[in-house]
Design a protein around this ligand. Structure first.
Ligand SMILES: [Zn+2]
Length: 334
């Protein structure tokens, strides 16, 4: 039987923790009551009703609470790579935002070092998988000035660690907080410094964000699905062949039926699509499951295989590693 090699370019560390580990650490650190059961914790994570989508981001804060020390960042990253390896991935780019991990006294740089160290240790032990780390700038409040210093620091740290565990940067958080273009200066800086970047855009209902992101010259777009709202946005996505990091289940958790997800339209019209998980824990998914859902939606195997090739080519891996990954993927997909 033909199969598809597994490459995930859009995977958040905080949204992909082993929940039992997060539960135990939450108890150890006094974040939840000593006598709280795993079921209690599970309910807090999965059944808390948020009044809107922005509010839903509190879920991530719950996970970031247990990721405030070097040891915990190291362990969580190491464990995630191990699980990805068990699932058969050959390459993954794991993203997190170092500025969300300074509540326990770590600097952004120390948080980044701990995540990179966890990834490196796992890779030493598990030669079948390669991973790269993406540090994300954050949307916070109603102006980019709210965390200007932090975002600038993310760019500068990225320059320092580029090629040494870190592969690029991103812009994450609730994307409708303020004028998207306020973030242009950070990416101009990244471009000057030769740092690859992807930008979350067109996930929260505003298709124009995809065009605004494209003006910042990213190598990829996170999600981008709202580009289907307008013909001129969609045609720009197709014309530029900007790789889209599509996260099917993650998008569908906001009450969108799988069959109404724009991925099939994007594939049919010739957009450059990659398949990703976004948040393995919050979306209760794996990359293999994402592929299975697409198969159930009628996406042919050769199209899934092309999505994997797209992902390898659009990855922030070195040219040498890309070649190796393409080779391995073709052997798996033979
Ligand atoms: Zn994301």
């Amino acid at each position: 039987m033909k199969q598809t090699a597994l490459v995930d370019l859009h995977l958040h560390l905080d949204g992909s923790l082993d929940l039992r580990w997060a539960y135990q650490r939450s108890k150890d650190l006094g974040i939840i009551a000593e006598d709280a059961t795993y079921e209690d914790y599970y309910k807090i994570v999965f059944e808390t009703k948020y009044k809107n989508r922005e509010d839903g981001f509190q879920k991530f804060a719950l996970m970031c609470d247990v990721l405030q020390s070097r040891e915990d960042l190291f362990s969580a990253t190491y464990d995630l790579v191990q699980r990805l390896n068990e699932q058969g991935l050959i390459y993954a780019e794991i993203r997190f935002a170092s500025q969300q991990h300074t509540l326990g006294g770590l600097s952004q740089k120390e948080a980044l070092e701990a995540v990179i160290a966890g990834a490196k240790r796992a890779m030493e032990e598990l030669p079948e998988i390669h991973v790269g780390i993406i540090d994300a700038l954050m949307h916070k409040g109603n102006s980019a000035s709210v965390n200007h210093e932090e975002n600038l620091l993310t760019v500068m740290n990225a320059k320092e660690f580029l090629g040494n565990g870190l592969v690029g940067i991103d812009l994450a958080g609730y994307e409708n907080n303020c004028d998207f273009r306020e973030y242009a200066p950070y990416f101009k800086k990244a471009e000057e410094l030769g740092i690859p970047y992807t930008i979350h855009a067109g996930e929260m209902g505003i298709g124009e964000h995809v065009l605004q992101a494209l003006e910042m010259h990213p190598q990829r777009i996170g999600h981008g699905i709202d580009c289907v709202q307008k013909e001129e946005i969609l045609s720009e996505v197709i014309k530029t062949q900007i790789p889209l990091e599509i996260c099917l289940t993650s998008n569908c958790r906001h009450k969108l039926p799988y069959m109404q997800h724009p991925i099939r339209e994007l594939l049919k019209k010739g957009a450059c699509v990659t398949v990703n998980t976004d948040n393995m824990t919050f979306s209760r998914t794996s990359l293999a499951n994402e592929h299975d859902q697409l198969r159930l939606m009628g996406v042919p195997e050769e199209v899934l295989q092309q999505c994997t090739r797209n992902a390898i080519l659009a990855s922030f891996a070195s040219e040498e590693l890309k070649e190796e990954l393409l080779d391995r993927a073709e052997r798996i997909m033979e």
